[in-house]
Design a protein around this ligand. Sequence first.
Ligand code: PMP
Length: 346
Amino acid sequence: MTPAYFDHNATTPLSSAARQAWLETADRYWHNPSSLYPPAGAARRRLEDAREQLAELLGGGDSEEVVFTSGATEANNGALASIASLAPDAHCAVAAFEHPSVLAPARRHFAGRLVENGTTREGEIDLPQLETALAGGGVGSVAVMAANNETGALQPVGQISELCRRHGALYHCDAAQLIGRGPAPRDVDVLVGSAHKFGGPKGVGFVRFGERARHLTLQAGGPQENRRRGGTEDLPGIVAMVAALAEGVDWASQAGARDRFEQNIAGRIPGTEVVAAGAPRLPNTSMLIVPAGRNLKWLTRLGRNGVAVSTGSACSSGAESGSHVLAAMGYGRTRWRRRRRFCRAG
Ligand code: PMP
């Protein structure tokens, strides 16, 4: 592994519990869980155990609400497509700082009926604006993530959920950056998570469809996942994902480390700005903007010396590429060119 890896929002290394669970499951339960002979039945039981354990780790509730996917991108695409097709006249309100795996399908499936919601300077959803959109009528769904992948800003999920309920809208919450780093939100209708953000393997994730979202489906095909997501399940990946989440991380200690790190940098490079400093943030994420006039080469040198940091999202990497998140927060090009994101592990 890179000696100093500060890009855990892009992906995390496989945890040892996940690795062990993956190997054991791949060896012991390689049969197709949908086949009819006894070893396949054992694989099916292992799958359902993993589903129950995941539901428990997400705060309890009916395990049938959990649908396994190939990651958060698939889950976001499928859920939004399903919401859009089942309510063809309803509008969707989406936060301007959503991950591309939410923004792109929302723009595609809700073309002509999408409301893009603004953000505060601190990277939080503009709640009064969202409330106005909901009160205006016609908005059937809202997509606001739990924690932003670039800035780490935590969103007021409870308040958004309350607003959605009051106005009869479904709440889709991409929690890929929060799951494994803080308690999973309970009161959202569609909850999305991704294993590789918390020590699980890449290419595995899940959706939890709550009571009001049980009618949603992800992809057509075989009868797997209660007919909501056709396709043979990646059982080793699923079991490894659950093992990683169960292992957990002491994230509480991370907020202290984050704050000390930010103070240290501010002491050495006066004028350094911490993006979303005034918002509640993920305990591991620091997005910094170095003041104009400072040589940016030390940041490049970090990479050459084995320190892995990024400019923001792995989905739009490179200092020159823009950040739709910072743009939505009101930062101009000269500022976002000087950004770097440091994301620690537990
Ligand atoms: N949503 C957010 C907030 C993310 O940070 C990511 C990963 N960059 C995704 C969705 C996509 O997840 P996956 O890699 O599992 O498709």
